[in-house]
Design a protein around this ligand. Structure first.
Ligand SMILES: [Mg+2]
Length: 350
């Protein structure tokens, strides 16, 4: 990975990489429902010899609970195939622990179990003089819990957060995530926590180690967590369009959060990936040709020129457009040369 642009792979990704480090929400399921084609795609990847490790910033649910949910969605999964931000946080605390370490857990059962699984001493309140506070999301967290955290941190305890996502997707929309509850504690104490969840690299390093991966591939739907974490960890990332960030966000991605591969959905694991290349003013990817002109992506089709946004874009045009837009933006030294889209870009159907 010398520069932050798309890579190519002549072999399918499930042949080229030994373990997929898969995000959950927006990749495998959305809320209670499976993402279309996800179960078959995971099945096919496993049959092709690729192993799977699900990596989630959700610290409220235990690996057993996540594995059961996946199994219910026709993706048979054991708890050893799940790495949570709670486990990553607990591993960090354990790596620094000594005989005096006492942990105050502010969070759900998943976090408490992860800390206990590391053999750490858990205390119940700030009055027990904890040396470290670990905070993760739970829908039941309230003022009394946050108050215990503030008392302990004000008395000198260290502070670790499983993740600092501002929002949490729910069936009714975005709700406050762990980062928003952590912000209340930060506001009251002036102390910033260390975090081990995405986009920090620790959770991916731990997931790769636990799965024995030699060539891991991160798969995600959010540039600023999954793909930024992949870059930070030094692993290639596949971005799928079934979740949060769509075509327009990918085209405007900054170098630190760019994927190396793009796919419509998890079926992209079974495909080879053509690499875009520059050809004069154009960027090409197989039969697709695009250029960047005055802040717009121009699609060159059969001698005609169409603007992205006026028509749906084919997968290879999307790949060429990403490479073209990133190159133009890097050359200009700006976050993006593209103007704000009038309407969201749409992917053409197969
Ligand atoms: Mg996601």
């Amino acid at each position: 990975m010398t520069e932050a642009t798309l890579s190519g792979s002549d072999r399918s990704l499930q042949e080229a990489f030994d373990v997929a480090l898969l995000d959950l929400d927006g990749v495998v399921y959305r809320g209670a429902h499976g993402v279309p084609h996800a179960a078959q795609a995971v099945d096919s990847a496993r049959e092709g010899g690729m192993r799977t490790m699900f990596v989630t910033n959700n610290a409220a649910r235990s690996p057993q609970t996540v594995a059961r949910h996946l199994t219910d969605l026709a993706i048979p999964t054991g708890p050893e195939e799940v790495t949570t931000a709670a486990q990553a946080a607990a591993a960090l605390v354990a790596s620094e622990a000594d005989a005096d370490t006492r942990v105050l857990v502010i969070g759900g059962d998943g976090l408490r179990e992860a800390v206990l699984a590391e053999g750490l001493d858990v205390v119940e309140t700030a009055a027990d003089a904890p040396t470290i506070v670990v905070q993760g999301f739970a829908p039941t967290l309230g003022w009394p819990d946050l108050a215990e955290a503030v008392y302990a941190i004000s008395a000198g305890a260290d502070f670790v957060a499983s993740n600092i996502d501002a929002t949490l997707p729910t069936e009714r929309g975005m709700a406050p995530g762990n980062g928003s509850l952590v912000a209340a504690v930060v506001h009251a104490t002036g102390v910033q926590p260390r975090s081990t969840g995405k986009p920090q690299p620790e959770i991916f390093h731990q997931a790769a180690e636990r799965s024995g991966a030699r060539q891991p591939l991160v798969v995600g739907d959010r540039l600023n967590t999954d793909l930024a974490g992949a870059r930070a960890a030094g692993y290639p990332g596949l971005h799928v369009l079934t979740g949060v960030d769509g075509i327009d966000e990918v085209l405007r991605a900054r170098p630190g959060e760019r994927p190396e591969f793009l796919a419509r959905d998890l079926r992209g694991l079974a495909e080879s990936h053509p690499q875009p290349f520059r050809d004069g003013e154009l960027w090409r990817c197989r039969d697709a040709s695009v250029s960047i002109r005055e802040g717009q992506v121009v699609l060159h089709r059969d001698g005609a020129e169409l603007l992205l946004g006026e028509t749906s874009v084919r997968m290879d045009e999307f790949r060429a457009a990403a490479a073209a837009a990133w190159d133009a933006s890097d050359t200009a030294g700006v976050d993006t040369v593209l103007s704000t889209p009038d309407q969201p870009a749409q992917l053409a159907s197969d």
